[in-house]
Design a protein around this ligand. Structure first.
Ligand code: ZN
Ligand code: ZN
Length: 226
């Protein structure tokens, strides 16, 4: 459903602007490339987040009575996945997987790219309306008279607003988690921290190292030692 929604909005925007883009220069193509990259990244991060294993690896300690995986204080058993999860944040129905330390980067990237995708898409839909209300000379304005395209734009706008609000809420939860170094499970257990963790340190831990191109790519984070 998520992929259908993204492709539907992308196709609507492409249909609206295709004629205009073909005749413009490098700058328009560059902007279109960035928009396409954001669209692809939203889908790719969702897919990789869904298939990344979040089970604990090479841990020493007593076994979990429910799934027999090694268990230490950073490990929580998820009853929906029926397995133990390393540094579990929460079980996410949207990615059909638990979010833990090994895929939290992909989850945050997915939410961020969806926030960017929905806000840029909504802006492009408004822009096409505004441009054509001032001048009908632009190549794509003849398309604005199509009621099918108008309907697709209305549906796209509704989806964009709904998902932008939803992912913004989820991102604020992740931001809290980064600042406090407490997962949602930790907060449910009423754990607290003595002092806030610098955002840079939390990000490096979750994104698997110092700031690099790897931070924005749909690749699971390198596993760092605690
Ligand atoms: Zn378990
Ligand atoms: Zn789970």
């Amino acid at each position: 459903m998520t992929y259908t929604m993204i492709i539907f909005i992308f196709a609507t925007i492409w249909t609206s602007y295709a004629h205009e883009i073909k005749e413009k220069g490098l700058c328009t193509w560059l902007l279109w490339f960035i928009y396409s990259f954001i669209t692809f990244s939203a889908i790719a991060n969702h897919a990789v987040c869904m298939i990344t294993s979040v089970k604990p690896q090479s841990l020493q300690g007593p076994s979990c009575p429910k799934c027999q995986n090694p268990k230490d204080r950073h490990v929580h058993h998820c009853s929906r996945c029926n397995t133990c999860i390393y540094k579990m944040d929460h079980h996410c129905f949207w990615v059909n997987n638990c979010v833990g330390l090994y895929n939290q980067k992909l989850y945050i990237l997915f939410l961020t790219y969806i926030a960017l995708f929905t806000s840029i898409s909504a802006a492009l839909i408004f822009l096409s309306k505004i441009l054509c209300s001032f001048s009908n000379d632009l190549n794509f304005c003849y398309l604005q008279e199509s009621w099918v395209l108008d309907l697709c734009k209305m549906i796209s706008l509704i989806i964009c607003f709904f998902f932008f609000a939803f992912v913004t809420y989820l991102l604020t939860e992740q931001y809290d988690s980064l600042l406090t170094n407490l997962s949602q499970i930790d907060r449910l257990k009423n754990l607290t921290v003595n002092q806030p963790v610098p955002l840079k340190i939390s990000l490096e831990k979750i994104f698997g190292g110092k700031l690099s191109i790897m931070w924005i790519l749909p690749i699971a984070a390198r596993k760092l030692d605690d």
